[in-house]
Design a protein around this ligand. Structure first.
Ligand code: AMP
Length: 489
């Protein structure tokens, strides 16, 4: 099976005496924006690993009783996000595998997982069980698949994450200790990954050599937490310690913390985390996401200072950028598009017609704020153009005289292979239309994207510290056979 593109959240906690399942629950709850399709937590009581995972939001998957059943001093959790591939329980994480020779052919997969909404699993005490949670995507899994088939394991139904956990477990069954197995399998992984793996007595965090997806370490009551974003630390009372470094393996166990560099670091943090994914109260590479987004707006104001009567952000992500723009040009800002808070990110439904409905169900204009006005509407990005087109239409219907569309990022021209899951290049509007053609398609009075240089300036980071492949088509990690899906535009 082709590996699945996933923008996900991972969360891990280690600490004797801590209520690890509840901490993981609240950590995942703070990371809900990174994935709404499924959620899961694995916990170790030092003897067996117990997992509960299910389809839906964190609050829908867990209740008090289920959390109470997840006992122990170590936990890893995962929220899954996917727009392609199956929206099935068998892709939910954490994924369990058995690393002990005592149980050669154990598969923890439910035989008919797609028929169920949730599943609870428990390892045997002698299974050498491990549980894995992965954020990112491996565009090529050839080396992992080759290793697994040498072990006689059929990988046809495996996602990239399943291959990783099975390969580590297979290495353990050959006699390697848990952390040595992780080290040996690490070079077989080509792609973007921020991964947490636990055995019954250790928690391991690894990050690809480019550090494409975020991963941060925090401290809590003598224990440790590792989370996709720093916004998960505050709500559970943890203090930020540091980011896990690109290419680093961090081991947390009863001796404390130890770290090893598994690959020469070549930092290339995904700039789209700043643009869209991350929560505004997170810090990425030590920078406030809110401030960077506000800078996007300030830069755009320098590039395209419009004469507009009102600036209107598309909630939520674009709000700080719209504030920056409005402040810079002294234009009033109004929340003239109201978002239904109970509807989640529109990409959640993969089918186009459902997604189109989704935008109208999610956003409604307030006519009193736009009637008779020249409106500068602000979004963080244009991907397919579906959302923007409807927004322009809604604002005209609400009485706007002009609708200028401002975008807090450059045109997305190239597909992603590292886990942000933009659609195929054929579906990216900027890969197929010029800016004037896009403006005409949206029906907007004018359309302005932030320049590439303006985006870099706003982050305060150097171009060579970032992965900007969706704007440039330069992929820092080999995308192998998938390169044929990319057309230079
Ligand atoms: P579109 O209608 O395809 O142009 O979608 C653009 C909207 O989707 C913007 O409002 C963004 O906030 C949001 N967006 C951008 N990238 C992603 C992504 N990878 N996943 C989900 N939503 C996204």
């Amino acid at each position: 099976m082709r590996s699945l593109g996933e923008k996900c959240a991972v969360f891990g906690v280690y600490g004797k005496g801590l209520d690890v399942a509840r901490l993981a629950f609240f950590g995942l709850f703070a990371l809900q924006h990174r994935g709404q399709e499924s959620s899961g937590i694995a916990a170790s009581n030092g003897d067996v690993l117990t997992v509960h995972k299910g389809m839906g939001l964190v609050s829908q998957v867990f209740n008090d009783e289920l959390l109470s059943a997840l006992k122990g001093g170590i936990a890893v959790g995962h929220n899954r996000y996917s727009t392609t591939g199956g929206t099935k329980l068998k892709h939910a994480q954490p994924m369990l595998a058995a690393g002990s020779t005592a149980v050669q052919n154990v598969s923890y997969d439910d035989p008919h997982p797609s028929l169920n909404d949730s599943v609870s699993l428990c390892s045997g005490p002698d299974d050498g069980a491990i549980a894995l949670a992965h954020n990112g995507n491996l565009p090529t899994t050839d080396a992992l698949a080759a290793y697994l088939s040498k072990q006689g394991i059929d990988t046809t139904e495996f996602s990239d994450s399943r291959m990783i956990v099975e390969a580590i477990a297979a290495k353990m069954r050959e006699g390697a200790g848990f952390t040595d197995a992780v080290k040996t399998i690490y070079p077989l992984m080509t792609g973007a990954f921020s991964i947490l793996i636990m055995s019954r007595d250790q928690l391991v965090a690894i990050r690809d050599r480019c550090g494409i997806r975020p991963l941060s370490l925090g401290k809590l009551d003598g224990g440790y937490v590792v989370a996709s974003e720093t916004c998960a630390l505050g709500p559970i009372g943890a203090a930020f310690e540091r980011d896990i470094a690109p290419g680093e393996m961090l081991i947390i166990d009863e001796r404390g913390i130890s770290s090893e560099q598994l690959a020469q670091p070549d930092p290339k943090f995904d700039v789209f985390e700043f643009i869209y994914f991350a929560r505004p109260d997170s810090h990425l590479l030590g920078r406030s996401v809110y401030e960077v987004r506000r800078n996007f707006g300030i830069e755009l104001a320098k590039e395209y200072p419009l004469e507009a009567d009102v600036v209107v952000p598309v909630p939520e992500t674009a709000i700080p950028a719209a504030i920056g723009y409005a402040e810079q040009l002294h234009i009033p800002l109004h929340m003239a598009l109201t978002k239904n808070r109970y509807i989640h990110r529109t990409f959640i439904t993969p089918e186009q017609h459902v997604r189109e409905q989704g935008v109208r169900a999610k956003l409604t204009p307030i006519p009193e704020m736009v009637r008779g006005k020249r409106v500068a509407v602000f979004d963080d990005s244009i991907v397919r153009g579906t959302t923007s087109r409807q927004i322009v239409q809604m604002l005209y219907e609400a009485g706007a005289t002009e609708v200028h569309f401002l975008v807090a990022s450059p045109p997305v021209k190239y597909p992603d292979f590292y886990g942000i899951d933009t659609p195929k290049q054929a579906d990216l509007i900027a890969a197929n239309k010029t800016v004037p053609q896009m403006r005409a398609y949206l029906g907007a009075t004018s359309l302005h994207f932030l320049s590439y240089e303006g985006m870099l300036r706003a982050t305060g980071l150097r171009e060579d510290e970032l992965c900007t492949s969706c704007f440039t088509g330069a992929y820092p990690i080999d995308i192998d056979v998938r390169a044929k899906e990319v057309r230079r535009v």
